[in-house]
Structures are given as C-alpha cells and as structure tokens.
Design a binder for this molecule. Structure first.
Ligand code: PLP
Length: 286
C-alpha cells in the first residue's frame, strides 16, 4: 500500500481527496517542490524546503509547519513507502474557499500534499546526452516562484517532445533564460556560464550545487545572461534539474553541439555531482 501526506497526516494514497474548490485545483494558486531520494535518503532537502517556504511567502501563503516538521513528515512518508530511489512531490495551495479570484479572507488553512514517485536515475541520458529545441519564453515575469501554474512550461516541453527532443530551451528575444523544467549552462572559452538567478528563471537547487562545485574545483564559472548566438557557438551545453542531474545537451534545433558527444567539463561536473550525492546519501549503484 502506498501512502500520501495530506495536511500533516499520513494516509493511504487512495484515500487522499482534494475538494473541487481547492484553489490549487481551480487556479493553480499554490507552489510545489520535487525532492530527490537516493538510497532511501533525501538529497539537498533543506534547500528545497527553504525554497518551498520562500515561494509560498512570495504569494502570501504562510505554511503552518516549520522546516524541521516538514522534514520529519517527508522522512516518515518515504520510510512508510519504502522509497529507495525516486522523488517526493510536495505542493501547498491557498486552501479551499468559494471560487473567487480575490484571496479568501480569514484563516483558510493551506492544503499541503506530498507523495512519492519511484524513479531510477536517467543513466542513458546522463551518458549519451539529450536533444533539445529552442523556443520563445512566453512565461510571466515571476519565474523565480516555483508556482503550480506550469502551462507555458508544459507547452514548451510538449513542443520538444513532438520533435523527438527531451527539453525546450527558452529565450526572451536574444537572451536564453532556462529550460521548460531545467536550468541551462554553456561552456565558452573553458568558462561555465548560466543565467543569473533573478525573476526570469527558477533558482535551481541543482544549479546552486553545480556553482558550488565549480568554485571548489577551480572550474571558471560566471552567472550572467547569454545570448542565442553564444548558445549556438558554445563548446559544451548542459542542463540541470533535480531529476535530470547534470545532463549533456548534444543537439539544439537539429544542430550538433560538440560533434554530438558530452564535453569534458560536463563530464567532470557529472562526476563531481555524483560524488556530492554519495556524500549526502551513500554509494550509488551504477
Ligand atoms: N527551471 C525550471 C523551470 C524548473 O521547473 C526546474 C525544475 O523543475 C529547474 C529550473 C531546476 O530546478 P532544480 O534544480 O531545483 O530542480
């Protein structure tokens, strides 16, 4: 039997129910997180939970749990579900209230839901790399909030999928922002470049781990906006996310990157990233 966490209680997943007037269901009025689990242990969970609280705060939802309480609840959930390798999905909405665009008055409690997903590491993508397309970024101007409103991201990802690609790299005019569900990095003259963390992208937890690993291992790195032209000319390109880790990009709009194979800096960062996982979660089975 699988379990889910609903408003602080762990119940059978099939018993979990959402009211038709939950604001997350009706408006996407809420925020979410995905936390990776390796060897039955949470990876970078503190950073994800801090971002969840920050995203909630920025839309005026106050979580009735501390980060410590949230950690204990999801640890219990993953242990009850015997999750070895996979993800915890968590979302918080503004709660249940009669449908109205205006936020409900009074003390409407937020709805917190979490459940687990079994998912092995994407070993083929990590080794071979993935194909991508380029697409205009049509999202709003608060992409720093990990909002449930993902329609534009879904449309971009669907477009990529229909062209046999894994990811859509989004750009606003000439500036590359991020993937539909990942951060994008290029390597130019041996320097790793990725969009600065502002309102136009999600400040990825994986991105931050990568920046930290670059700093500690003398890999030149800079956070700045880069253009589509720089992307086209890059020596290496890769993407990062909680579920995709450090994934090489070997093709953009049908044109090969680095002759279609993962580059040396990408491979070095993949290695360092695996070591970081092992530091927090124990030895990985390959
Ligand atoms: N950017 C977007 C739009 C995302 O949806 C995600 C993850 O889902 C990321 C970046 C990567 O963030 P993280 O490394 O925290 O998973």
């Amino acid at each position: 039997m699988e379990y889910a966490l609903v408003n602080g209680e762990i119940i059978g997943r099939s018993e979990a129910k959402i009211d038709v007037e939950d604001r997350g269901y009706q408006f996407g009025d809420g925020v979410y997180e995905v936390i990776r689990v390796y060897n039955g242990k949470l990876f970078t969970a503190g950073d994800h939970l801090k971002r969840l609280v920050k995203s909630a705060d920025s839309i005026g939802i106050s979580l009735p749990y501390t980060i410590q309480q949230l950690t204990e609840m999801i640890e219990e959930l993953l242990s009850k579900n015997n999750l070895e390798t996979g993800n915890i999905y968590m979302q918080v909405t503004r709660g249940v209230a009669p449908r109205n665009h205006v936020f409900p008055a009074g003390n409407v409690p937020p709805t917190l839901v979490a459940y687990t997903i079994r998912a092995v590491r994407p070993l083929d993508n990590l080794k071979i790399g993935v194909k991508t397309i380029l697409t205009e970024d049509i999202r709003w101007l608060r992409c720093d909030i990990k909002s449930l409103n993902l329609l534009a991201n879904l449309m971009a990802k669907q477009k990529a999928s229909e062209r046999g690609c894994f990811e859509a790299i989004q750009h606003r005019g000439q500036d590359v922002t991020e993937g539909s569900s990942s951060n994008i990095f290029i390597v130019k003259d041996g320097t790793v470049i990725t969009h600065e963390s502002n309102n136009l992208i999600l400040k990825g937890i994986t991105k931050d781990v990568i920046l930290d690993l670059c700093g500690k291992n003398n890999i030149p790195v800079i956070e700045r906006t880069f253009t589509v032209a720089e992307l086209d000319e890059a020596e290496e390109v890769f993407l990062s996310s909680t579920t995709a880790e450090v994934t090489p990009i070997i093709e953009i709009n049908g044109t090969k990157v680095n002759e279609g194979v993962p580059g040396p800096i990408t491979k070095k960062l993949q290695n360092l990233f695996e070591k970081e996982i092992e530091k927090q979660c124990g030895v990985l089975v390959r």
